[in-house]
Write a protein that binds this ligand. Structure first.
Ligand code: GRF
Length: 210
């Protein structure tokens, strides 16, 4: 596969690792961007020999300047697809427009339930029996764009935030590379809020090309 991916990450980077370990996606990751120094994600990129760049918002006078700098970096690297893997910043409109329908985010809940930065904690404190993981296309609103893949995770009576998040992440590590592959293969067709998976054999939102 000759696609060029950038992965944006702010944290420990376990999702980045799952992407790097995927036989088709891994070799197609051309760039890792972190919004701060010293993240686990940067270490994982370096140990795989993948180019990594730290782009700190604090270095820019205005949000728009940071947004433009990020877009320029991605364009200079000839990036085709962008994967937000625990990127804790809201992506600016300039970047979203430049990569319309070519940016995926992974989120630890069944969106539209529990958007935002405390999805696992919010699911627990709501008393929900089921939560899960979502991969969605990024639009201008936070945790909002059309859903590509979702999978449920049961909330167990003995769960705390850490144990529940761990099980959700196991699902994320499977879903995210799968969604990235579908995107790069041109198999995602976005129609309003629905994403059709072309040639999907699993029968969910199935639609065959031709
Ligand atoms: C993931 O659970 C993801 O859903 C959320 O941030 C977490 C990042 O974890 N957006 P990691 O850095 O990939 O380990």
């Amino acid at each position: 596969m000759d696609a060029r991916f950038a992965v944006l990450a702010s944290g420990t980077g376990t999702n980045l690792q799952a992407l790097l370990d995927h036989p088709l996606i891994g070799p197609s990751i051309a760039l890792v961007v972190s919004d701060k120094q010293g993240t686990g994600a940067l270490g994982r990129a370096r140990s795989r020999g993948v180019k990594s760049v730290v782009l700190e918002p604090g270095q820019y006078r205005a949000r728009e300047d940071f947004d433009r700098a990020l877009t320029t970096l991605l364009e200079d690297e000839a990036i085709e697809y962008v994967l937000l893997a625990g990127y804790m910043r809201i992506l600016g409109g300039h970047t979203v427009r430049a990569f319309r329908d070519r940016i995926l985010n992974v989120h630890p809940s069944l969106l539209p339930a529990f958007p935002g930065g405390h999805a696992v904690r919010d699911a627990l404190s709501s008393g929900a029996r089921t939560t899960g993981a979502t991969v969605h296309i990024v639009d201008e609103e936070v945790d909002h764009g059309p859903v590509v893949l979702q999978e449920a995770v049961l909330v167990l009576p003995e769960d705390d935030e850490a144990s529940l998040h761990r099980r959700i992440q196991e699902v994320e590590h499977r879903l995210f590379p799968r969604a990235a592959l579908l995107l790069a293969e041109g198999r995602l067709k976005v129609e309003g809020r629905r994403v059709h998976v072309l040639g999907d054999d699993e029968g969910t939102s199935a639609e065959r090309p031709g």
